[in-house]
Design a protein. Structure first.
Length: 299
């Protein structure tokens, strides 16, 4: 079977175990058959073992319930893993299509290629994170157009809106900072190693924000009133995982978010234009008003 088929099967196995209450081996086999995958019990067991060993998704068997479950406490970022599998599966699907017919590229349209800048550093930065090695690079400040040199202890790679970022601790200023890969160059992995600080948890910092600008602000409940049509779009592509629909009728859809109010949230709201109205909190309402007044001043 192709890599794309194997990845799809892995996704189905994980989703079934994660969404169900202790599915048995038989139930997993039946679910896979319904999705077009006819495999043996032994192959399924090998798949579960591969997921556990190769991707650190801790799938266990509960003898009391006679079924499988995912041990969330010992599993590293299940959500990120599923996203990775989806990306890998899509890439394999496109690759196979191109191999079958070179004209396939004529029928594909990709977003701006700007996000490709800096992706050549992904592999070496990922290795530096794994090996706990200090990384140095030059960073361009778009506002001042000045270039500064940084040495950081890298902890995480993050993707947001087709751009990649490296998150790391900067010893000189004793802060955790986020750097866009499109703004750095001359990346060098140094021989110097560092011991990861258990108190530095970048994934937790991003847990309650939209975007890459994490702040120490408190999590607030944000209410947005949308037109029914715009509400449908946001229901299919949520702004944040905390998003919930709290009201829906023929006049409006109201959603709630539990996030830290930051720059990216304000930008996403402004992008919705006249189809969105902020109901709370007041701080976000005031920021949106100020931004719109300044924008009107340009015309």
């Amino acid at each position: 079977m192709s890599t794309q088929g194997t990845i799809k099967r892995y996704i189905l196995i994980i989703e079934k175990i994660n969404d169900s209450k202790y599915p048995s081996l038989g139930e997993l086999l039946e679910y896979l058959r319904d999705q077009g995958f006819e495999i043996s019990e032994r192959t399924l067991q090998r798949n579960i073992e591969a997921i556990r060993l190769e991707f650190n998704i801790d799938i266990k068997y509960d003898y009391n319930y006679k079924g499988y479950y995912i041990d969330q406490d010992s599993t590293d970022s299940l959500e990120s893993f599923l996203k990775f599998l989806e990306i890998a599966g899509t890439a394999e699907l496109i690759s196979d299509s191109i191999k079958e017919d070179r004209k396939t590229l004529l029928y594909l349209s990709f977003d701006t290629a700007a996000y490709l800048k800096g992706v050549e550093y992904l592999k070496i930065l990922l290795k530096a994170i794994k090996d706990s090695r200090v990384v140095s690079f030059n960073k361009v400040n778009y506002k001042s157009e000045k270039t500064s040199k940084y040495s950081i202890q890298p902890y995480l790679l993050k993707e947001y809106q087709n751009r990649w970022y490296v998150v790391g601790f900067v010893p000189e200023i004793k802060e955790v900072r986020t750097f866009g890969l499109d703004r750095i160059d001359n990346v060098v992995v140094l021989k110097e190693k560092f011991k990861k600080d258990k108190e530095i948890k970048p994934l937790e910092k991003f847990e309650n924000i939209i975007g890459v600008n994490f702040e120490d602000g408190r999590v607030e409940e944000v209410h947005l009133s949308l037109t029914p049509l715009q509400g449908k779009y946001l229901k299919s592509l949520p702004l944040h995982k905390s998003q919930q629909v709290i009201k829906e009728d023929e006049k409006e859809t109201v959603i709630s978010l539990k996030v830290v109010v930051n720059y990216e949230l304000m930008q996403r709201v402004l992008m919705l234009g006249e189809y969105c109205k902020v109901l709370k909190p007041k701080s976000l309402i005031d920021s949106i008003k100020k931004s719109l007044k300044e924008s009107l001043g340009n015309y």
